[in-house]
Design a protein around this ligand. Structure first.
Ligand SMILES: Nc1ncnc2c1ncn2[C@@H]1O[C@H](COP(=O)(O)OP(=O)(O)OP(=O)(O)O)[C@@H](O)[C@H]1O
Length: 357
């Protein structure tokens, strides 16, 4: 059964008399790994603080573990949830003392404490640090110990407000990998605030995007990445191509016109006021004479290779025509065969285009 762990309905939060959070409906099911994304000041921390009952809301209903926290659900929710912030404060003493702290508060027996602390340290690969003084840890070790402490009492909901933002990429990826394994194995629901879309892609199975306190997109990471709902999300995911366009529609189909007389049909619904096309770089191709892609209904553009930027997985190739600049992502073996300044024919499939306002 899919239990709802977090449910916000009509939640409004005012800070300094400003409406800072305005969530019509958000439900998170048991075991879901949800990233909360959005630009600075969008309300991500506010949302997590409300769910963690650190911040009051002025309107709406917040249910945690199926119970309205304004009625009876508060204590139950506190016992079953945990939160980590960007700065993890460890108390003076050893790592073991720190991880044991929540269990001491909850009056666990000595045997239970020893067993659960050992398991939590093992989950985050810090058994070897148990006797180390907390103040002698590196930033990455502090966050690993912080996670062990946050999960040692086996809460079912974990709220993470960018705790790994200051860590290097390799450390962050490793910690998120370990966390994902623990969360999936124990069906822990996680809400992770992150500005890093690579982290979001590797960790989350759903992304909630906030802007000005509202939810503007709620989808799986790949959809947010390829089909952002507006310019704000397109910028957030660093969309390769955002091309201004004009749309003529008769209600059934639309003609999309780009600069330089490039035009194509869209058979799917077009948002009212659409003014730009989003096109992921891996949906732009270089055509050659024998290309099998020619059989598809592609939009083609003649241009010059204006830049080639190396990357792991795919190189970025910029192709410029007199009126358009397109970024393409190409495999290394193809990209290294290209020459800056040479003429190419590039193409894209209009089905890959996402129109935004
Ligand atoms: N303690 C506070 N008192 C009053 N207003 C606040 C407070 N903290 C944040 N705000 C305001 O609430 C709004 C949302 O802030 P919040 O920190 O939730 O955004 P955020 O999306 O987490 O931003 P960031 O990515 O920069 O951390 C902002 O306009 C901010 O100025």
């Amino acid at each position: 059964m899919n239990h709802t762990i977090v449910e916000l309905t009509g939640i409004k939060v005012y800070r300094n008399r400003q409406l800072t959070l305005n969530i019509e409906q958000l439900s998170v099911a048991a075991g879901e790994l949800v990233a909360v994304a959005g630009p600075n000041g969008a309300g991500k921390s506010t949302l997590l603080q409300v769910i963690n009952m650190l911040l009051p809301y002025q309107q709406g209903v917040l249910k945690l573990f199926g119970r309205d926290i304004s009625q009876t659900g508060r204590e139950d929710a506190r016992c079953n949830s945990s939160m980590m912030f960007q700065e993890t404060l460890l108390v003076n003493g050893t790592v073991y003392d720190n991880v044991a702290l929540p269990l001491n508060f909850r009056n666990y027996t000595q045997t239970e404490i020893e067993e659960q602390v050992a398991a939590a340290l093992k989950n985050f690969h810090c058994q070897h640090l148990a006797e180390r003084q907390a103040k002698q840890l590196s930033g990455g070790e502090v966050q690993r110990v912080g996670l062990a402490r946050a999960l040692v009492y086996q809460p079912k909901l974990l709220l993470l407000d960018e705790p790994f933002a200051a860590l290097d990429t390799a450390t962050r990826t490793a910690i998120l990998g370990d966390l994902k394994q623990v969360a999936v194995a124990n069906r822990i629901t996680v809400l992770l605030v992150s500005h890093n879309f690579n982290d979001v892609l590797s960790f989350a199975d759903r992304v909630v995007v906030l802007a000005d306190g509202r939810m503007i997109q709620d989808d799986c990471p790949e959809v947010v990445l390829r089909r952002p709902v507006n310019l704000e999300v397109a910028n957030l995911v660093d969309m390769d191509n955002i091309l201004p366009c004009q749309v003529e529609t008769d209600g059934r189909e639309a003609i999309v016109r780009l600069a330089g007389g490039v035009a194509f049909r869209q058979n799917k619904p077009v948002p009212v006021g659409a003014a730009a096309c989003c096109l992921p770089g891996d949906a732009v191709y270089i055509l050659n004479r024998s290309s099998a892609l020619r059989r598809q209904p592609l939009v083609t553009i003649n241009g010059t290779i204006a830049g080639i930027t190396p990357g792991i997985g795919a190189y970025k190739v910029r192709v410029e025509s007199s009126s358009l600049s397109l970024t393409m992502r190409a495999p290394r073996e193809q990209a290294t065969g290209l020459i800056s300044g040479s003429q190419v024919e590039v193409a894209f499939n209009p089905d890959e285009v996402q129109l935004i306002c």
